[in-house]
Design a binder for this molecule. Structure first.
Ligand SMILES: [Zn+2]
Ligand SMILES: [Zn+2]
Length: 292
């Protein structure tokens, strides 16, 4: 009871059968543990109260998308409860451990919820718009060269200092996996359309147009892919900018090579029945050749 309530009881000279007990914090009742007539004492949990003006949204990110996610990134998400409405939050934590059953990683997003529209246990679907630089670092102009609190991703400043919320020293965004300076040409990664790559297990083959020949000629080439981003793959090794790759019909080229027992995606060593002639083939990459 407050001092005022105690004084009021003293003034009346007798205890009332109803008293108001004030909660130590304001919020919304999310659990009611007590029933009328129940005996309560100090320490009894009567209600559970939550401040729902700031929420944590817990998202599951697929293993393959992890390379695009960073602490501090903006997340847009939607809920079936509010069709057409987009909410935003900030990635505050990426679980260091993968769930081996779902092959997903928990991502915690801090979300302001001033009007209380979002409710605990709602299902939401989140999207992160990530721009990637060479080497897999993430470009984010809003964070380039900035300083952030390692505990509070919403605290972003132009220079070193301390977090307004927790007092921890701010760290450079670059140390959290971002590109610090404005992106240069050099920082742009090489990408190919997803349809250009024939992927089996750990191998990826593209058919590359041979430059400077009269008839269109393609050579199969094994390349090293980076992560997939929407309809594109990053290319780590094996292609250079400006080379033309087959994006449609590459399966036909590959199966034609198989029939001819030439090296293809399905049988990289070639072999099988030879069509009546043989000739040396380059060791690697897989050869282009054609006959009239
Ligand atoms: Zn902080
Ligand atoms: Zn031949």
């Amino acid at each position: 009871l407050t001092a005022e309530q105690v004084a009021a009881v003293e003034q009346r000279g007798k205890a009332e059968d109803h008293v108001t007990v004030n909660a130590p914090v304001s919020g919304i009742v999310i659990q009611k543990n007590a029933q009328e007539g129940m005996y309560v004492q100090t320490g009894t949990h009567i209600y559970a109260i939550a401040d729902l003006s700031q929420l944590w949204v817990k998202l599951d990110a697929y293993e393959a998308d992890l390379s695009w996610l960073r602490y501090g990134q903006k997340v847009e998400f939607t809920s079936v409860s509010y069709p057409g409405e987009t909410f935003t939050g900030t990635i505050a934590f990426i679980d260091p451990i993968l769930n081996p059953v779902t092959r997903t990683v928990k991502v915690r997003v801090n979300v302001p919820n001033p009007r209380g529209k979002l409710k605990p246990e709602m299902f939401v679907h989140g999207v992160v718009h990530s721009r990637v630089a060479a080497g897999g670092r993430v470009l984010d102009e809003a964070l380039a060269g900035k300083w952030m609190c390692p505990m509070h991703p919403e605290i972003v400043k132009d220079s070193a200092g301390k977090c307004d919320l927790c007092g921890m020293p701010l760290v450079q965004a670059e140390s959290l996996g971002y590109v610090s300076a404005a992106p240069t040409e050099q920082d742009k990664p090489l990408v190919i359309p997803v349809s250009a790559a024939l992927v089996t297990g750990t191998r990826a083959i593209v058919y590359v147009e041979k430059p400077g020949v009269a008839q269109p000629t393609y050579e199969g080439r094994e390349i090293v892919l980076g992560p997939r981003a929407g309809n594109y793959y990053l290319v780590r090794q094996g292609l250079t900018e400006g080379e033309r790759v087959v994006t449609r019909g590459n399966f036909k080229i590959d199966s034609a090579l198989q029939i001819q027992a030439k090296p293809s995606m399905m049988s990289p060593e070639g072999g099988g029945a030879s069509a009546g002639h043989s000739h040396a083939r380059p060791a690697s990459p897989a050869p282009e050749h054609k006959h009239d």
